[in-house]
Design a protein around this ligand. Sequence first.
Ligand SMILES: [Zn+2]
Length: 88
Amino acid sequence: MASEETSKLELSLKCPPICASNLQLIENSTYVILGCPHCKIYTRMTKRHIYRNYIEYEGDRIHLKWAELIKELYVRISGKAHQESNES
Ligand SMILES: [Zn+2]
C-alpha cells in the first residue's frame, strides 16, 4: 500500500491573534488544512467541498479560486482562535 501523499507549505499569513507564527497549509488526499503548528489549531476543508465551491468551469478550462479558498480557511481559523481564547 502506498503511503499517503502529504504536502506542507509555510505561508506568510500569521496565526490570528495568538502567537503570530506563520501558518501552514497542509494537503493530503482528502483534505486541505490550514493551521498553526505552534498553537495546534487547525481548520480543514474536504477537497469535495473545494471542488464544489471553488472551482469554476469555463468550457474546457478550470479555474481554482485559490484566493477565496485561502480567505475562507483564514476566516475559519480566526473564528477558532477567537473561540479558544474565549473559553480559556
Ligand atoms: Zn499560533
